[in-house]
Design a protein around this ligand. Structure first.
Ligand code: THU
Length: 134
């Protein structure tokens, strides 16, 4: 699957987003190291903080399938500019992706930009910081 195909998978799952409160539908697709693709969409809730992002859904699907290494990720929304993954999702992605993994961010209109995980989350908190914790 190419990066374009991955964005198309994100575009397709975006249609299933449950976003009645923001009306902002987001789709995400992850290609795992195995080559398999996992998709997710945002799922909002009337108790707003309980809503989940598209990236979180795709990560959950990947982990549930027994895979824990992200090779590539694509995220799409109906925004004028390529959607920027929220801070929480950057940390969630960093849990399963090396710093050089490419994140493609797209609009339904066809605008795309890419960044690496390290660019999206410089100075990420990781397990190395927990070495001396008591
Ligand atoms: N959203 C995502 O799904 N991913 C992001 O990275 C940015 C925000 C969702 C959350 C909420 O359902 C809607 O977009 C508006 O914030």
């Amino acid at each position: 699957m190419t990066s374009t195909d991955l964005m198309e998978a994100a575009r397709t799952v975006r249609e299933n987003a449950h976003a009645p409160y923001s009306n902002f539908k987001v789709g995400a697709a992850i290609r795992g190291k195995s080559g398999k693709v996992y998709v997710g969409c945002n799922v909002e809730n009337v108790a707003y903080p309980q809503g989940t992002c598209a990236e979180a859904g795709a990560i959950a699907a990947m982990v549930a399938a027994g895979e824990t290494e992200i090779a590539e990720i694509a995220v799409i929304a109906g925004s004028p500019e390529p959607v920027s993954c929220c801070g929480g999702c950057r940390q969630k992605i960093a849990e399963f992706a090396a710093g050089d993994v490419v994140v493609s961010m797209g609009t339904t209109g066809g605008n795309t930009m890419t960044a690496t995980v390290a660019e999206l989350l410089p100075g990420a908190f990781d397990q190395s910081y927990m070495g001396g914790s008591k």
